[in-house]
Design a protein around this ligand. Sequence first.
Ligand SMILES: [Zn+2]
Length: 290
Amino acid sequence: MIGSYSPALDAEAISVAAQLLKRLGIDDVELRINSLGGPECRQKYNNALKEYIGSNIDKLCDDCKDRFDKNPLRVLDCKEEKCQKIIADAPVVLDYLGPECKEHFETVKAILNDMGIKYSVDDKIVRGLDYYTRTVFEFVSNGIGAQGTVCGGGRYDNLIEECGGQASGAAGFAVGIERLLLVLEAQNGAFEAKNEMDIYIGAIGSAGLIKGQGLTYRMREAGIKAESDSVGRSVKAQMKYANKIGARYSVILGDNEIAEDSVALKNMETGEQEQVKVSELLDTMKTKRK
Ligand SMILES: [Zn+2]
């Protein structure tokens, strides 16, 4: 999400991530947020942190001694017990925010409150990456043994410019797919149950593939849960997949179906088939969705 310096964008990125996790059926995650401030606040904080950690460097692990030279912020991510003791008393970035960054963070929190999204402020979240500015956030799961970050992100106002683009406010997030799968597994396959599909749109040949992708996109736009083949499976494998994802209906689009504007719409529960115009498949599905 780019093009805005407004705190609304930070909140939107967080809310989209929250919604994504919710839709995947992941509910045992905690949202933690923090603000790293803009470049000026960051500089002041970095100086304070350098001074503090520098004066305690002998008590840190070897990794942290390396980290300290590269970026003192990364020391804060260390899980070693002896480092944790030092980290606990380290200066806190929130104390170094200037008035504008403070207000920005307060507004992000106010919007989240209004959205009904629960969070806690965790001043130890620094995301380990240098390109973040102001808001950073993590969705942390307790359901996979060791505590793990399932999804993390924030604002990165300087990233686009640093990569050679025009200066532009931006915010976003990334999801750790492997962590995500672990969480889903720990939740006893809630994923499959909640991933029930309205229709699977299979394809034979490239015309079917193109048509199928277009239809899938337009159905999703209309709120219909549709999925199509994007990996070139055989028809048999496609039907097997349609069963696996719990599709309620399926079609297979090929050259004939497209030429004749007619396709067999199969009810996957009863096995019944009805002929439907390809050009009217979207409207037909609108009447059949749950
Ligand atoms: Zn360490």
